[in-house]
Ligand binder design. Structure first.
Ligand code: ADP
Ligand code: MG
Length: 459
């Protein structure tokens, strides 16, 4: 039979219109707008997708739905296949020819000067999506395609090294290359604060206001820095309102959920909580593996699989730590001009690997971090007071001491005002039980662990 005569495009059109009716406008826009009929033969329809990321997401989310619709309409089992249009990066399984693909995808972009505030490398194309970050990444992609209308404002939160800056800047870079007339402003909350203080000092606050209130997309990184900065908060509150009323896109990042920020005005807090709040979690093994592979491709080095596996098994904290292990290894291999082997990797990375059961995390450091987090002093946690406001943070600190140090319950008890080891055991049980019923507790604990690991590597 001449397969060239098969044309399922009518069924495809009908399938799309049915799916459109079944999904929200937002969801349809996000996933189906870029899906195009390409060609068909007797047994399959081939659809054109803009990237392998889209292909994988569509397959995972919608393939059964699409295939069953096609079956209902045509009475045939029609397979669906995908043709990736161009500039493809397979985020999950990086392919050999990525370099060339990147070149192609960047062709359009090199015609424009890079955005002066954004790092060119922070792009969706090289952001590996796993279950830990897929919601945040997909929301970011939707925002970049449809600024001011998709999710506004959007707040991305999560601990250090999990990709907040990468994502918020990728939104900027993507919108910058797709739209010609949008004013995109990226700034860290820290620089925003410094600029504002200088503007007051130099009596040019009108200039400052104008710069931020004329943005079409305002991206502010690390808003936890605004805690305690009352005047800057006030200024941002007014900026927020002006941009919000004008339907301008705002995206913020923060190292924790906004509800856990302290010394933040309630009205600004409620603005941040408006719109979409999405979190980034630490990547699981598969995602760590995919990320490392991608970084290795970018750096154009060759590293044996067993070494990649070794790193992924041993570094579980965040992407920044993964990257620094890789950088260290490559630097060493370069220096001594040797191939990277499993033995070399073990030897060179042993300090990094041994740090997670971080011997340099002291109980006092835990007490300080937990006290800071709950707005207490670390003496409160070491003391005898048993008010509710102190008792629970104290239990959390005891739990952490048992989880991430090698101290025994007796030793931990001694550090907490000479308490008995059974008190420590009871505290751990309490925290574990509460984690089962209170969904906010586990993220809090994870956040504290990450903060502690971060603090301990800086000591
Ligand atoms: P954060 O701002 O949350 O502290 P960053 O965005 O600075 O984290 O990320 C730390 C490093 O890890 C960056 O080099 C970033 O490119 C990389 N990274 C984080 N998440 C991913 C990911 N999912 N895929 C690829 N690289 C990532
Ligand atoms: Mg950052």
């Amino acid at each position: 039979m001449d397969t060239g005569t098969w044309d399922y495009s009518v069924f495809w059109k009908e399938t799309m219109s049915q799916i459109k009716n079944e999904l929200s406008e937002q969801e349809f826009f996000m996933w189906f707008k870029n899906l195009e009929y390409h060609h068909s033969n007797e047994s399959e329809i081939v659809l054109k997708v803009p990237s392998s990321f889209y292909r994988d997401q569509i397959k995972q989310r919608y393939l059964p739905l699409i295939e069953s619709k096609l079956f209902e309409l045509s009475g045939n089992r029609i397979n669906v296949d995908f043709a990736v249009e161009s500039n493809v990066n397979n985020n999950i399984n990086p392919k050999r020819d990525r370099g060339r693909d990147n070149l192609k995808s960047n062709l359009k972009k090199v015609q424009k000067k890079p955005h002066y505030q954004l790092k060119n490398e922070y792009r969706f194309e090289n952001f590996v999506i796993g279950e830990n970050n897929s919601f945040a990444a997909n929301a970011s992609i939707a925002i970049a395609k449809n600024p001011g209308r998709a999710y506004n404002p959007c707040l991305i939160y999560g601990g250090v090294g999990l990709g907040k800056t990468h994502l918020i800047q990728a939104i900027g870079n993507s919108a910058y290359s797709d739209f010609d007339n949008l004013k995109i402003v990226y700034i860290t909350a820290e620089t925003f604060t410094t600029e504002f203080i200088q503007a007051i000092r130099n009596q040019i606050t009108h200039k400052f206001k104008n710069k931020y209130r004329s943005a079409d997309i305002l991206l502010i990184d690390d808003i936890h820095f605004l805690q305690n900065k009352d005047e800057t908060q006030e200024e941002l509150f007014h900026t927020f309102n002006a941009l919000y009323d004008a339907n301008k896109q705002m995206v913020f990042t923060c190292d924790r959920p906004v509800s856990e920020l302290k010394r933040l005005s309630n009205r600004l807090r409620s603005r941040f909580e408006r719109g979409l709040n999405v979190d980034l979690q630490p990547p699981n093994y598969e995602t760590r593996y995919a990320i490392l592979n991608q970084k290795i491709e970018e750096k154009k080095v060759s590293i044996p699989n067993e070494v990649i596996e070794l790193i992924c098994k041993n570094i579980t904290t965040n992407v920044r730590d993964l990257e620094s292990a890789l950088t260290k290894l490559i630097a060493y291999a370069d220096l001594v001009n040797k191939e990277i082997t499993l033995d070399i990797a073990r030897q060179q990375l042993k300090d990094i690997f041994s740090s997670p059961k971080q011997s340099n995390i002291s109980i006092e450091l835990i007490q300080r971090a937990v006290a800071e987090y709950f707005g207490l002093s670390h003496h409160d946690l070491r003391g005898r007071k048993r008010t509710k406001a102190i008792a629970f943070p104290r239990q959390v600190a005891m739990y952490l001491a048992r989880e991430i140090t090698e101290y025994s319950t007796t030793e931990v008890g001694l550090e907490f005002g000479g308490r008995d080891h059974t008190t420590v055991m009871h505290a751990c049980e309490k925290v574990e039980n509460r984690m089962r019923t209170d969904p906010t507790l586990e993220p809090t604990i994870n956040h504290l662990i990450r903060t502690l690991k971060d603090m301990s590597t800086k000591i």
